[in-house]
Design a protein around this ligand. Structure first.
Ligand code: CP
Length: 303
């Protein structure tokens, strides 16, 4: 039984299907009488060390809609920010809360909370992984196509990012083909590429024309993620040939869908004409964060 969501690998294909069935029913039943309240009388801590719009709001709203109480903690204003250890923090928070959602820099902090506490922990983004976003993206793909088998998603840009890592994992679990088109400087993590997780396949290539051929979905993300600001000039220069513009869009299937986890840096990784076109499903992805995360919390914290 899944207890935490730390990387995204915790859910196998059948668990992903159950999660998405639940997310779809929460989406269609939102605001209607009889909507489930499995977090009633429960308090969920939200530790954030990085900025957020979508993740913070969708979790706070989701916890409220499931009957629970969100407790927002700016990590820098807690004693963790002044050096209290992760294990001690985990033991203390487990005495008050019924679950923790955490967005931070180091993956080991998330893992440390899970190992030393006694309540479920959800990774809401680290430098290494962003599983809530990746699972939501997969849900959105399923919502648009009704299938995973035979689906090709091409990722353009920083292949070494947290989104690339998480999308590699969930794509393999679900069974889609995930093509990462990235320069050698930002090639995908070899160990994550090699992991055996399901029937899906992952490939790394550097030529957008080849990578985009027959793509059903194109995915892109910011070139300078939070925590990598010092590398901004080099990143913008190296990743420029991987911009998602109209010329690149035309290399994929005529009805290709465009995905982006947002926020977008328009004019850098994606152009306005693509972002504002009918191909873009980026705001559906943003909305689906709410429904998928509610399903994740019901599964892990709802008992
Ligand atoms: N996609 C995403 O995680 O958005 P926020 O940084 O706004 O939470």
């Amino acid at each position: 039984m899944v207890k935490h969501l730390l990387t995204g690998k915790e859910f196998d294909r059948s668990a992903v299907e159950r999660l998405f069935d639940l997310a779809a029913s929460l989406k269609s039943g939102r605001g209607k009488p009889g909507a489930p309240k499995p977090l009633a009388e429960k308090s969920i801590g939200m530790i954030f060390a990085k900025s957020s719009t979508r993740t913070r709001v969708s979790f706070e709203v989701g916890i409220h809609e499931l009957g629970g109480q969100p407790v927002f903690l700016d990590e820098g204003k807690t004693q963790m920010g002044r050096g209290e250890s992760v294990p001690d923090t985990a033991r203390v928070l487990s005495r008050y809360l019924h679950g923790i959602v955490i967005r931070t820099f180091e993956q080991k902090e998330v893992e440390g909370l899970a190992e030393n506490g006694s309540i479920p922990v959800i990774n809401a983004l680290t430098n290494e992984f962003h599983p809530c976003q990746a699972l939501t993206d997969l849900f959105t793909i399923y919502e648009k196509t009704g299938k995973f088998d035979g689906v090709k998603m091409t990722y353009l840009g920083d292949g070494a990012s947290n989104m690339a890592n998480s999308l590699m994992q969930v794509s393999k679990i679900a069974g889609i083909h995930f093509e990462i088109c990235a320069p050698a400087e930002f090639r995908p993590d070899a160990a994550i590429m090699a992991e055996k997780l399901g029937t899906g396949t992952v490939n790394w290539s550097t030529d957008p024309a080849n990578a985009l051929r027959d793509a059903d979905f194109i995915y892109t993300d910011v070139w300078v993620s939070m925590g990598f600001e010092k590398e901004a000039a080099d990143r913008l220069r190296i990743l420029k040939p991987y911009q998602l513009n109209w010329q690149r869009l035309a290399m994929a299937k005529p009805d290709v869908k465009v995905m982006h986890c947002l926020p977008a840096h328009r004019g850098e990784e994606i152009t306005d004409d693509v972002m504002d076109s009918t191909h873009a499903i980026v705001f559906d992805e943003a909305e689906n964060r709410l429904h998928v995360q509610k399903a994740i919390m019901m599964t892990l914290m709802g008992d």
